[in-house]
Each structure stands twice: as structure tokens, then as C-alpha cells.
Design a protein around this ligand. Structure first.
Ligand SMILES: CCCC/C=C\CC(=O)SCCNC(=O)CCNC(=O)[C@H](O)C(C)(C)COP(=O)(O)OP(=O)(O)OC[C@H]1O[C@@H](n2cnc3c(N)ncnc32)[C@H](O)[C@@H]1OP(=O)(O)O
Length: 338
């Protein structure tokens, strides 16, 4: 455990590192950040300038309710990811904050996942910046020291599902019209190894194999049966259920819960932390391919024009994404390795 703590403090797991420093007796206002330098602790007040991330802090309980607020579908664009990262950092550094409930302010949608337009028809520099921001959110959420509960009040495909998977506990509104899952293959793209690992850690190998290969999206009832979510409640009771559940998590002393969480998630986090640049390079190489761009364009157009729910690309589009494309992809070999 001493080695784990040392690594944390050396900045291998930035979010948890900051908290372990401040929670283990630092009563003042100085903490170590991930690079070991000191930071002033900010006081309350987290509203993002554009209100795309709404934060309601309950000072009495130390629980922050964070609502994604980018209609129509809370797609995870570069600006939203950037704002979210700032908010998460502030909450992480607030010594009064112990828990985070993540939900959506947009009716019927938790998050539609990564913004398709950030992955289409852009220069490689943009893809690179975008992917770094996606990585950053995963590192901050999956490595968060806060007790983190997802109150999933709508559909949650792909990157939206990943956000929920980063939580410690997932409660979903029991509406049969909502779906959740990592559906990347249906778009002709491949979920990176750390998406796969996050799913694997939650639902186990066999369910991961089936879900990821098929790009399956599940109803709330199916998701519960696979342990993709932990509990279903009627929509009207979602926030009260999340708040009540948070009470259970906050009964545990913070340091004990944080060290335990770190033990369980550390190796998965390190999987990405140890190769962030290579992962970005692989993403850029993959997403900028003509065949992948065509597939994404087709998918985005079908969403826009027909206003349909998830469906696979047409057979003509599928032909462009041959198995050879994937076999030669560094993403493929990354998945093979991990
Ligand atoms: C190697 C790469 C690895 C990448 C890893 C992760 C990838 C991802 O996360 S990719 C994103 C995958 N997301 C999806 O497949 C979800 C797509 N969206 C939907 O299925 C539906 O929109 C949804 C069920 C979320 C909501 O349905 P509706 O309420 O019926 O809304 P609409 O479908 O009418 O959509 C409204 C509006 O939003 C646009 N939209 C939807 N999703 C996205 C998105 N992910 N990014 C950008 N824009 C999105 C949709 O086109 C509509 O636009 P307009 O027609 O202009 O109104």
C-alpha cells in the first residue's frame, strides 16, 4: 500500500493523489497537485460560464449535483469536455465536497456520447486535442476520490455510457425507451482499450465480449440484469434515490473508501496513463482514415435526416470498413494486447 500511495503522490493517479494528500491530515488550504506543486484551495462556486455544466452544491452534506446541460443530446464536444474537466478539478479540490451525483438537465437524454462532429472533417490537431480531452475526463472521473453516483435519466450510448461507468454506483430511470451501452462498432468505430477495460471491470468478460462486439444497446431492465447498472427506479424518484444511495457511501470514512477505490482501479488507470500519447496517436491515425470518416458521415447524416434511433451503417458503408481496415489498425493491436 505504501508503494501505491507513493505512486499516487508522484502523480500517477492525479485525482486520487490530490485527495489523499489533503484528506490525510492536511487541515490547511494547501495541497499537492499531480506534479507535486502546491495549489490554493478554491472556495465554493462552480457554475460554468456557459451553464453547460450546472453544479448544485449541498453544503450541508458535501454532495455536488452535476447536470450536463447541452441540448439537444448532451453530446460530449471539446468545449463541454473542457468545462467539465474544470468543474471536476474544482470539486476534487474542495475539501467540503465528498460526493458527486452526475445527471442530465436535458429531458430523456443522459448523454449521446462523443460529439460526432468533433471526429469528422477536422485537422489532425483537432482530433488530437479532442482525444486528449476525452482521456482527461475519463482519468478524472474514473480516478475521482469523491463518491460518485450516476443518476441516468435518459439514453446513454457510447461515451455517455462510459461517463456512467466511471461512477461508483449507477441508478437508471426505468423507462423502456431509454438505452445504454457501448455501441461504437455499430458506427464502424472501435472503442479503445480503456473503454473496454472500464466495461470489463463492471460487467465481466463474457458480457463485455458480447456487448462490445455487437455494439449492443440495452433497455434499463436488460442493463440491470447484466449489472451494467445497479438499480432501476421510476423516473420521478431518480434523484431522491441517488441522494439516499450517496448517504450509504458517505457513511464510510473517506480515506478508507478512497484507498480501496484506488486499489481496485489503479491498474486500469495506469493502462492509459502509461501510454496516453500513443493512444492519441492511434486515435488520430484511425479516425482520419477515409473509410472511417465515410462511416461516421453516413451515421451522422442518418441521425440528422431521418431522426432515427441507433442503427448500423448500410451494407455499402460496411464494405468500406473492411476487416482488413481493423486488422491493420493500431487500435486493433492495442485491443489485442490489453
Ligand atoms: C475510435 C473512436 C472511439 C470513440 C469512442 C466513443 C464514440 C462515441 O461516443 S461516438 C457517439 C455515439 N453516439 C451515438 O451513437 C448516439 C447517437 N444519437 C442517438 O442515438 C440519438 O440522437 C439519441 C438516442 C441520443 C437521442 O435521440 P433523439 O432524442 O431522437 O434525438 P435525435 O436523434 O433527433 O438527435 C437530435 C440532434 O442531435 C444530434 N446528435 C445526436 N447524437 C449526436 C452526437 N453523438 N454527436 C453530435 N450530434 C448528435 C442529431 O444529429 C440531431 O441533430 P439535428 O438533426 O441537427 O437536430
Amino acid at each position: 500500500m505504501a508503494a501505491v500511495l507513493r505512486k499516487l503522490i508522484q502523480g500517477r493517479l492525479p485525482a486520487l493523489a490530490g485527495v489523499l494528500c489533503r484528506r490525510s491530515g492536511n487541515e490547511g488550504h494547501l495541497f499537492l497537485n499531480s506534479s507535486g506543486s502546491t495549489l490554493m484551495q478554491p472556495r465554493c462556486g462552480y457554475s460554468s460560464p456557459t451553464e453547460s455544466v450546472i453544479v448544485e452544491m449541498d453544503k450541508a452534506t458535501g454532495v455536488a449535483l452535476l447536470k450536463l446541460n447541452i441540448p439537444p443530446v448532451n453530446s460530449l464536444s471539446l468545449p463541454l469536455l473542457t468545462e467539465l474537466a474544470i468543474v471536476l478539478d474544482k470539486l476534487e479540490m474542495d475539501k467540503h465536497c465528498r460526493g458527486l451525483i452526475l445527471t442530465s438537465a436535458v429531458p430523456n437524454i443522459f448523454s449521446a456520447g462523443l460529439n460526432l462532429f468533433d471526429m469528422m472533417d477536422k485537422p489532425n490537431e483537432h482530433y488530437s486535442e479532442f482525444w486528449r480531452a476525452v482521456q482527461e475526463i475519463w482519468i478524472k472521473l474514473y480516478g475521482s476520490s469523491l463518491a460518485n453516483i450516476a443518476a441516468i435519466n435518459g439514453s446513454s450510448p457510447a461515451g455517455g455510457c462510459l461517463l456512467a461507468l466511471c461512477s461508483d454506483y449507477r441508478i437508471m430511470a426505468n423507462n423502456p425507451h431509454f438505452t445504454i451501452g457501448l455501441n461504437e462498432t455499430r458506427l464502424g468505430i472501435v472503442a479503445p482499450f480503456w473503454f473496454k477495460d472500464t466495461l470489463l471491470n463492471t460487467v465481466g468478460k463474457r458480457t463485455t465480449e458480447i456487448s462490445l462486439n455487437l455494439g449492443a444497446l440495452y433497455s434499463p431492465t436488460e442493463a440491470l440484469s447484466l449489472h451494467l447498472v445497479d438499480r432501476l427506479v421510476p423516473e420521478t424518484q431518480l434523484l431522491s434515490a441517488a441522494t439516499e444511495e450517496m448517504g450509504r457511501w458517505l457513511q464510510v470514512p473517506d480515506h478508507a473508501r478512497q484507498i480501496t477505490k484506488s486499489m481496485i482501479r489503479k491498474s486500469t488507470l495506469e493502462g492509459l496513463l502509461n501510454q496516453r500519447e500513443a493512444d492519441i496517436k492511434n486515435f488520430v491515425e484511425f479516425i482520419s482514415r477515409d473509410s472511417i470518416q465515410k462511416s461516421l458521415q453516413f451515421y451522422a447524416q442518418s441521425l440528422q435526416k431521418q431522426k432515427q434511433h441507433i442503427h448500423p451503417p448500410s451494407s455499402s458503408c460496411r464494405q468500406q470498413i473492411s476487416s482488413v481496415t481493423f486488422a491493420r489498425s493500431p487500435w486493433y493491436s492495442l485491443i489485442q494486447r490489453s
